[in-house]
Structures are given as C-alpha cells and as structure tokens.
Design a protein around this ligand. Structure first.
Ligand code: MEV
Length: 438
C-alpha cells in the first residue's frame, strides 16, 4: 500500500488525522484518540495554535517550569523555562539562589547590531562596480523608506550597507552586507524585506548604469537573507565573589572548588569534545527561556555555536578566573531576540512568560537569557566538579520511572526512601517496585 498522498494540505484536520491513522498505525482508533486528547477544549485557542503552522493535527506539550530568585543587575526575576529535560529548572533555581546571596548576576549589553546580505554574481570590472555602488548607495535607503518608516520611529533602521568583494573565495561573488538596528523586534521580517528591496534596486540601477557593459549590467542576485550569525548583537553575563564566600554544603574547601572549577572551564576552552557538552549545558538554559518567550531557538542555536567557533576551533562560551582572591565566571553570547512581533503577542503562554519577566525590552531579555545560560553552566560545573551530575539527574529520573509505572503514593514513599541509600538505575527501580507489588 502506498504511503504517500497528494492534496494532503487541502484535507480538513479530521481527514488528515484519519489518513495518518489509517496509513501508519496498527491501532488507528487509539492513535486518533491520543492525537485528539491533546486538542484544547477552547476552540478559539485551538484555532489560534492550528494556524501557527501548516497541517496542524494537534498540540505537542512541553512543560513550562519556573526558576525563582534570580537577581540580575539588582532586579529580581522569576524566569520561565520551556524544556523537557529534568534537572534544568532545578539547577537554575539552585544557581539563582546561590548567586542571589552573593551579589546576584550582572549583565551588560555590548551591542545590538543585526546583519543581512544580498548575495550576487557580477561578471566584470570591480572598480566600475565600486563606483556604481557608491553612486546608488543612497537609493538603497530611499527605496526602502516605506519599510523602514515605522522602525525608524522606534529608533531603529538600516545602519549601513557595504559592498563586499568575495571573489577570492568564489568566482564573481559579491555581497551587499547590511547592518540593522531592530530595537525590540528580532527583526527577521524587517531585515528580509529591506534586503529584497536592496536586491531589486541593485538590479534595476545596474540596467541604467552607463559605464557597465551589457554583461556587467546583468547582475544576478542569488539570494537575499538575514544572517543568524550576530557576533555584534552581544550580551555579557557574569558573577563574582570572594573565594571564601563560595563556601556551601558541597563546597567545604572554596579555594579547591574555585581552582577545580576554573580548570573545568579551561578544559572546555581548549578541548572541543568537552566544549560542545559544556556549551550544551549553557543552551539548556538559553533555549528554554528563548522558547518560553516565543523566540526563534534555532536561530539562537546556530548563531551561538558559530560564535563559539569564531577563533577557528569550537570552544567554551564561558570563562572563569581567580584573581586577587576573587572568583569570576562570565560569558559573552550573541542573542538576536524580540519582545514584540512574531509569536510574542499571539501565543497566550508567551504573553504570560513575558509579563512574568516584567514585559522586558529585547535588551533586557538578552540579559535574562544570558544569565539563564550562565546559571545553568554554573550549576552543571558545580555538580560535575563536586558530587558528579548523576546524583541530581537520577533523583529526577526516579520520578519519571515512578510516573511511567504509575506508582501510587505508598509505593512512591517507599521507593524514594529506598533509593536515598541505593544507586538509582532503571532496572533497580523497576525490580524494587516489582518486589513491592508482589
Ligand atoms: C546535560 O544536559 C548538560 C551537562 O552535560 C552539561 C555539562 O556537562 O556541562 C550536564
């Protein structure tokens, strides 16, 4: 039986589900029932979600957890995290509380510039292209006025446009490399609209440029698109305190702890295998807040990892040092975020998340997200260099296993007590549960 279909997008939602269920599931009725269980009873809300994307059949839940007690630049926040991995929110909460009593987190915006490029092919004299570009540059601004008017009112717009010669890397390849300020919006639509207009202006003006030969007039625009690499849209998050103030339950010798912690960061600075995992831990925090606030986590991921490779080798995003008796831990990350536009005014849970954060500007959100990443990294390194991470992870894992086996309250209590002293593993928990039940 064929498992392909034409005209799928034209089917009703019900028909789509029926086709999928009857084509791919051994128990079609059960599949339909599970899919529909995740429909929202509020039909308007369901319609809103249906229309975010195409061919929606149901909703896919992620838990939204919150980590209270974050102090950032002296202001208190409860940060929402949308994430499926257990321990992330618990780790964030712990790090927030720990640093809250040690002066809190500091965050600074370094810059907020976004980038977009028109990639084109020009077969001809480079000097003539440069003269042409200089002459028509003002037109790129005037011919995008209808697009930039509102952004300019908000203090943003096109910052600059450069002609870049890339022919040494690829024959006849040039770029219009443009920089933008997009204020509180992530700016993808704004930037792409500007770029597509630049491309039109470029092509049209070339046709009228008398110094160009017929071949030179034929500029071929390959594509016009924003870049998700935003090394100049950068935020810094940091914590610091006296070495002796690091002392806590699992940190009996703060000097030793600080030295081991700095060593762990140094390893991630020079060893890519470790750097990837180290940065993954940072992204546990960053992605979860980016997602909860309706931002594009794929864009953030791509940009952050490119930034981590900017020196030619993938390396740790965070850094640590001990100097004059002070422990300092910090990170700079590129984050293109928005608090207006996109999902921010549409998705009810995104609105809740943003209001919980005090309706931040994009710059404030950059600071919050960077801090969530640094907190997560601190929590991971602290566990890794002291107790190891499995202790905390397995505690959460234990809960998942208990849920999976639908343990009742009595069983839960007994299992939790038993595994206070015994090592958690899936089979050990299952065996113990079975022994209780038999
Ligand atoms: C797990 O999701 C993240 C960690 O592996 C990060 C790290 O190793 O630094 C704990």
């Amino acid at each position: 039986m064929t498992k392909t279909i034409s005209g799928f997008s034209k089917l009703t939602k019900e028909e789509k589900i029926n086709w999928i269920a009857s084509t791919y599931f051994s128990n079609a009725e059960e599949a339909i029932s599970t899919i529909k269980k995740y429909w929202n009873q509020d039909t308007d809300l369901q319609k809103l979600h249906d229309e975010f994307i195409e061919n929606t059949i149901t909703n896919f839940y992620l838990p939204l957890g919150v980590a209270p007690n974050f102090t950032i630049n002296g202001k208190d926040y409860t940060i929402p995290f949308a994430v499926e991995e257990s321990s992330v929110v618990a780790a964030a909460s712990k790090a927030a509380k720990y640093w809250g009593s040690r002066g809190g987190f500091k965050a600074t915006i370094i810059n907020t510039e976004k980038i977009g490029q028109v990639h084109f092919i020009y077969k001809g004299d480079k000097l003539k292209l440069e003269t042409f570009f200089k002459q028509i540059k003002p037109k790129f601004f005037t011919e995008t006025e209808s697009i930039t008017k509102n952004m300019q009112k908000r203090g943003g717009g096109i910052l600059d446009i450069e002609l870049r010669d890339k022919t040494s890397a690829l024959e006849n390849y040039y770029q219009l490399h443009a920089t933008f300020e997009t204020k509180d919006s992530m700016g993808a639509n704004f930037i792409n609209s500007c770029l597509e207009q630049f491309a039109k202006t470029l092509k049209n003006e070339a046709l009228d440029f008398e110094e160009f030969t017929t071949d030179e007039k034929n500029i071929v625009v390959v594509m016009s698109i924003l870049s998700n690499y935003v090394p100049n849209c950068l935020v810094r998050a940091e914590v610091s305190c006296k070495i002796e103030d690091l002392a806590e339950k699992h940190i009996e010798n703060p000097q030793e702890f600080a030295e081991k912690f700095v060593q762990a960061v140094r390893i991630a600075e020079i060893e890519p295998y470790r750097a990837v995992t180290h940065n993954k831990g940072i992204m546990n925090g960053i992605d979860a807040v980016v997602l909860a606030t309706g931002n594009d986590f794929r864009a953030v991921e791509a940009g952050v990892h490119a930034y981590a490779s900017r020196e030619g080798q993938y390396a740790s995003l965070s850094h640590a040092e001990i100097k004059d008796g002070i422990f300092r831990f910090w990170m700079e990350v590129p984050l293109a975020l928005g608090t207006v536009g996109g999902l921010t005014s549409l998705h009810p849970m995104v609105k809740i998340a943003l209001e919980m954060l005090g309706k931040p500007s994009a710059q404030e959100l950059m600071q919050i997200v960077a801090v969530a990443g640094l907190a997560q990294n601190f929590a991971a390194l602290r566990s890794l260099t002291t107790t190891g991470i499995q202790q905390g992870h397995m505690k959460m894992h234990l809960m998942n296993i208990l849920n999976q086996f639908q343990a009742n309250q009595e069983e839960r209590k007994k299992v939790i007590k038993h595994f206070e002293k015994n090592t958690v593993s899936h089979s050990a928990v299952v065996d113990y549960l079975e022994s209780l039940r038999s």
